[in-house]
Design a protein around this ligand. Structure first.
Ligand code: GLY
Ligand code: MN
Length: 445
């Protein structure tokens, strides 16, 4: 075993294992760290990588903010960003990496640490130091100006951050550790507007998800289980280079179509039913989020088609109401005249009726949409005003349990630099006719 460790060490230091994610140039991540520093008002941000997953079957996924700022996809790391104050304190950034564990590397493959030749170039961060140096580096910064102890910005749920903030206070002889501030309130503001590289990755996630939705349409027929459909989509996601679904796939047939986040996917589909398929994938950490509703038999019944057209009409009403810099999304009260939710709700509530002659508005149970990015539900301050560079979903739905009839249609939209909406899922069938054609292997869209 010792000689194998030696070989790994030798190989690891010469040829570190490449990560499989498509990354943006190092300058993009550097620019984000500088943008964060500009929001720190001379304070210090300390972010930790996501820990290893608890369950063996779960692959590692980096903390979204950590990935946004570094593109680094390994556990055990931390990032410190010191905001300049224009005089006594200059901008500074350090990536801290854990010390290599040659025994663990028998399982994981070779890793980099701060002593690996070329590590600064490989990580793109100005300075790389061992994790053991992190408390000392933080201590040095705060010792120079103790007021900074109350300007430490960390992830609110990080136990490691709490421990380091406390240790820092203790080592400086401070009576009580000041609470750290929530760095995700700052990264949220940065992440709301996507740069060109992020948009390219979001498009790849959408393209792969479209291919999988098309495969789903071809595979849908009576006697097939919901989980089989999820499996067919998973095959396409992996073929297309995606690393995982961006959320647990929702494949709800019959009555399950009326449960918003149904995820058991255990039923066998029957002729005459409708199936809501809310399933999409992540490409290099960027999410897509697409829902299509299809008839199991390949043909919508007149009633299913009527409800389908109302939901599609609501999505179209939101698109037509859109004005960049003015429209908002996810206004749960649906009272703001600028909200796309209001436009979609008004359409649903004035078209069609339930079995009792009542309007359908009460059968739409969720917000119209959300931001999409590194997280499928990317952080935003809702209801958010939609501006160029933002990517969000428009996903109206009508769910009528009494009729075992749920319909949701969801696409991802980018606000272009000219303020116009771009449907990232334009290549996927939208209308009922287009869906039926795709199910029969025809392409009219
Ligand atoms: N696609 C799942 C959701 O947006 O909640
Ligand atoms: Mn969604």
């Amino acid at each position: 075993m010792r000689s194998l460790s030696f070989i790994l060490l030798a190989c690891g230091s010469l040829v570190p294992l490449a990560h499989s994610l498509e990354k943006q140039p190092a300058s993009a991540y550097h620019a984000r760290r500088e943008a964060l520093a500009a929001k720190l008002q001379g304070g210090v941000a300390l972010l930790f990588a996501a820990p290893e997953p608890i369950l063996d079957f779960m692959p590692y996924r980096q903390d979204s903010d950590f990935y946004y700022l570094t593109g680094w996809n390994e556990p055990g790391a931390a990032l410190m960003v010191v905001g300049g104050n224009g005089s006594t304190q200059a901008y500074k950034e350090i990536l801290f990496l854990p010390t290599r564990n040659l025994h663990t590397e028998l399982y994981t493959g070779a890793k980099m640490d701060a002593a690996t030749p070329g590590v600064v170039q490989a990580t793109g961060v100005d300075a790389v130091e061992p994790m053991t140096a992190m408390p000392t580096e933080l201590n040095k910064v705060v010792a120079r100006d103790r007021r900074l102890a109350s300007s430490l910005w960390t992830q609110p749920d990080s136990q490691a951050a709490k421990a380091v903030v406390t240790l820092n206070a203790v080592t400086l002889g401070m009576d009580a550790a000041p609470g750290a501030r929530d760095v995700t309130t700052l990264t949220m503001l940065l992440r709301e507007v996507k740069d060109d590289g992020e948009i390219a990755l979001l498009k790849k996630a959408s393209d792969a998800s479209i291919a999988a939705q098309r495969a789903m349409m071809r595979a849908t027929t009576a006697g097939v289980t919901e989980r089989t459909l999820a499996g067919k989509m998973t095959e396409v996601w992996f073929q297309q280079g995606c690393e995982r679904p961006s959320y647990a796939p929702i494949v709800g047939s019959g009555i399950n179509s009326t449960t918003l986040h149904y995820a058991a996917n255990s039923r066998t589909m029957q002729d005459g039913e409708i199936v809501v398929v809310d399933a999409a994938c992540e490409f290099s950490m960027y999410a897509s989020d697409i829902t299509r509703t299809v008839p199991v038999s390949g043909h919508f019944s007149p009633r299913q088609r009527e409800i389908y057209n109302i939901v599609l009409g609501a999505q179209q009403a939101a698109i037509e109401a859109f004005v960049a810099g003015k429209s908002t999304i996810n206004d749960r009260d649906r009272r703001d005249p600028n909200s796309l939710d209001t436009a979609a709700y008004n359409y649903i509530n004035t078209h069609g009726k339930d079995l009792h002659g009542e309007p359908l508005g009460k059968y739409w149970l969720h917000g119209l949409g959300h931001m999409v990015g590194i997280d499928v539900h990317d952080p935003a301050d809702y209801p958010a005003v939609l501006k160029p560079g933002m990517v969000f979903t428009i996903e109206p739905g009508v769910y009528i349990p009494e009729e075992k009839l749920g319909v949701r249609i969801e696409c991802d939209f980018l606000v272009g630099q000219d303020g116009k909406l771009i449907d990232l899922d334009a290549a996927l069938p939208h209308t009922a006719d287009e869906v039926e054609a795709a199910m029969h292997g025809e392409v009219i869209k």
